[in-house]
Design a protein around this ligand. Sequence first.
Ligand code: CP
Length: 301
Amino acid sequence: MPKHIISSLDLDRREVEHIFEVADEYEKRGRVSKELSGKVVALAFFEPSTRTKNSFESAVERLGASTIGFSSSEGTSTEKGETVADTIRMLEGYSDMIVIRHKFDGTAKFASEVSHVPIINAGDGKHEHPTQSIIDLYTVSKIKGHVDGLNFCVLGDLKYGRAVNSLLRLMTKFRPGKVFLVSPQQLKLREEVKSTLNYPVIETSSLQDVLGDTDVLYVTRIQKERFADEVEFEKVKESYKVDLKAVEMMKSDSIILHPLPRVNEIDRKVDKTPQAKYFYQASLGVQVRMAIIRYLLGGSE
Ligand code: CP
């Protein structure tokens, strides 16, 4: 059976730290390696993406492999009524691994049940985005030197944010200090996720109360595309913002991460502060995804 990554829970701590080490190794080598020459990775993106698709593409090429695929169902036979299952059956015949993003929860899991090649979940609805969470903790580990013992504040749309769900699940493999969950009342973490966490969380709606005790502030946008009702989105869309005043309340060595894209939840003036690490975090996506692909496909070096 091929190894798939559908959820953060599919990896144990040793595997995650191995990926961190290999990513460091790729960075040292200038992110170039030809060890997967001749392999083909299919990128099946049924939903929009800038970072995930392009960093996977870059990672594949830097490993000497090549990509096929699509960035929207438009122009594919999905428009003629072809099912996801049949699409996966086609792509597994053309490639050695499939990276899939889809608007529906559970699509990546479903693909893994059909596929004979490894499946990587690049985001399924509000469910999970596991490779993003590996990048998130890799960034923390690179900047702070460790993950254990740090106080995290996760801010934003905790109900629909798949990156948050994967991050909080991946943190169960580590030993975080305090974990503050800050969100509008309507966008609190779902019980089905909260009940799987093996560390205590402190839920609050007041960011100011916890900023001074935070090492890693993880900000997310409100996931407008997941709301069934536009009116409900309008009620919460301006409900939080990280601005320079908020940064002043933070410790000087604390950091701000964001899976991106950002809409308006971080003031652009914050980008110039030493705490702002979200663009650096996005740049690390290439070496982390190189390490993940190499882990699932194996390499010759
Ligand atoms: N972080 C992330 O998933 O970004 P994209 O939607 O641009 O891939």
